[in-house]
Write a protein that binds this ligand. Structure first.
Ligand code: GRF
Length: 222
């Protein structure tokens, strides 16, 4: 079979960029179905920009403060993504609400990683809220981005046990390890067409279904 051309992915970040780094690492494998064509940040000091540059990936800063409205900023981000020929968008710690107009343009081709098992704990401070709620299982979710924040159809989820001695720091570190495995896997499913959005739901092919459930493994500490 002739190999398919790799899908061109733009990554949006605002900070540390560890999920972005996990995506970059995955794309080092020539068999991975995606390449990262640019990393776009709304924050000039985002640490992740340095990481991307070290890997020779184009970086673009589009500071939201330079735009008079959210829509105008999103239009500039959209133009930058189009400018580098992005076909898909991966949000990786992008701390901006997106305007409906922008979301509609990328619907079905834009994904996000959220540090909780959606639909529980949408929004910020997910680990502290999971601890306060006393849940026994916590984790992360990759989902298609829709207009409602953290509401899009779920592509893949990874779970960790919540341990009695957990603090926000230990729990978030354990979830983050799972994020770094889950996100590249979910982007692969999307870029291979094994996960797609249809009628507002995520449809996962049988072949990709097991990958999309990352259950309590590796065992904690792993
Ligand atoms: C991650 O926890 C991710 O789930 C959330 O924001 C955080 C970003 O971390 N959306 P990083 O910038 O990828 O290190």
């Amino acid at each position: 079979m002739t190999p398919q051309p790799r899908k061109r992915v733009g990554v949006l970040i605002s900070g540390r960029g560890s999920n972005m780094a996990a995506l970059i690492a995955a794309t080092m494998d020539p068999a991975y179905p995606a390449e990262i064509v640019a990393v776009v940040s709304n924050v000039a000091s985002a640490k992740g920009l340095e990481t991307a540059e070290r890997h020779g990936i184009a970086t673009i800063v589009i500071a939201h403060r330079d735009y008079e409205s959210r829509a105008a900023h999103d239009d500039a981000v959209h133009a930058a993504l189009k400018g580098v020929g992005a076909e898909y968008v991966a949000l990786a710690g992008y701390m901006r609400l997106l305007s409906p107009h922008f979301v509609r343009k990328w619907q079905g081709r834009m994904i996000n990683i959220h540090p909780a098992l959606l639909p529980s704990f949408k929004g910020l401070d997910t680990h502290a809220r999971a601890l306060a709620a006393g849940v026994r299982i916590h984790g992360c979710t990759v989902h298609f981005v829709t207009e409602g924040m953290d509401e899009g159809p779920v592509i893949a989820q990874g779970a960790v046990r919540v341990l009695p001695e957990d603090t926000e720091e230990t729990l978030s570190a354990r979830v983050l390890k799972v994020e770094h495995r889950l996100y590249p896997m979910a982007l692969r499913l999307v870029c291979e067409g094994q996960a797609r959005m249809s009628d507002g739901r995520a449809v996962i092919d049988h072949k990709g279904a097991d990958d999309a459930e990352y259950l309590l493994s590796p065992p904690e500490g792993g």
